[in-house]
Write a protein that binds this ligand. Structure first.
Ligand code: C5P
Length: 300
């Protein structure tokens, strides 16, 4: 039994869902195209889900209580899993509650969307366990109130993203491997956005123009940049160290989201780099990931 749950028993419980995958994402590029009156930034980005995931198990409760149990590292008390469950309970009026077991693998403050991905996994699963059957658009609108990345994770396949994260267009791009390097220090998304110069604007580009590069070679080598990378490097020098290290391996790195993780396309013939032992001991994380499509959507 883990944290009060016998996972084998859970797996055969009709009121439970086990092994729900909450994937990481990277932003192949991230352009800030404008700013809304409420301070949120308008973006253009290409989001890609990866096969590096948190794992959640959920069981319906009849007493309306919502309880989170940490199987891996402890989450903050009021994390996005519980906030998502609470928001869904309120918005739907459901009398059910849930036990939510979280096996956290994704680092936080990483620009990988781990918290938003957990929230999306909770919404998708409770929609089923609570028998609500909300349509995807309604779930996405609720998800957006929890975080700008949640609608992306609800649909879970590579997507061209605009607005603050609510305008999504699923795209097919060639499968690639990526090497990700997460420095020990994380970054806070609001802080990075605050450090962005108010005048920062990248002119909008068309999705077709970007995807036209896909067949040629490395999409992110050829196109775009991350407008948040400069502010992130200024706030946290380890981001620049991470970029320099991947570059020294012959790769072309870029930061994901608001950092602090940086990534590069790993060409098929390129050996996976190995992190020096002292860096590992100091808490740096190196991970080779493939694109994934965890909810069964077709990738290519
Ligand atoms: O929505 P999320 O919780 O991920 O956003 C965290 C913070 O990042 C927001 O409070 C806002 O300051 C900033 N942000 C932004 N524009 C976006 C997304 C996030 O300014 N499109």
């Amino acid at each position: 039994p883990v944290a009060g749950a016998d996972l084998a028993a859970l797996a055969s419980d009709p009121n439970a869902c086990t092994g729900v995958q909450a994937p990481a994402k990277i932003n192949l590029f991230l352009h800030v195209t404008g700013r809304r009156d409420d301070g949120y930034h308008l973006l253009q980005s290409l989001f890609v889900p990866l096969d590096w995931c948190d794992t959640l198990h959920l069981r319906r409760r009849d007493d309306g209580l919502l309880r989170r149990h940490d199987l891996g590292p402890a989450l903050p008390d009021d994390d996005l899993c519980l906030r998502a469950a609470r928001a869904f309970q309120q918005a739907s009026g459901s009398a059910f509650g849930a036990d939510i077991w979280v096996d956290k693998a994704l680092p936080s403050g990483a620009g990988l969307g781990g918290g938003s991905s957990d929230a999306a996994a909770v919404l998708r699963t409770l929609n089923r366990l609570w028998g609500l059957d909300w349509p995807p658009e309604r779930l996405a609108a609720l998800g957006l109130t929890l975080g700008a990345d949640v609608p992306f994770f609800l649909q879970g396949q590579p997507a061209w993203v605009e607005g603050v994260g609510e305008r999504l267009r699923p795209v097919t791009i060639q499968p690639r491997r990526f090497v990700l390097l997460k420095p020990p220090q994380g970054l806070s998304t609001p802080q990075v956005f605050r450090a962005l110069p108010a005048s920062c604007r990248t002119p909008p580009v068309s999705c077709e123009a970007v995807l036209a590069h896909d067949a040629a070679a490395d999409l992110c080598d050829l196109f775009g940049h991350n407008d948040l990378q400069g502010p992130a490097v200024a706030l946290e020098p380890q981001v620049q160290q991470a970029l320099d290290w991947l570059q020294a391996q012959g790769l072309r790195p870029r930061m994901s989201g608001s950092g602090s993780t940086v990534f590069a396309v790993l060409p098929p013939a390129h050996p996976a780099p190995e992190l020096p032992a002292p860096w590992q001991d100091a808490g740096w994380l190196l991970r080779v990931c493939a694109m994934c499509s965890p909810y069964g959507a077709k990738l290519v």
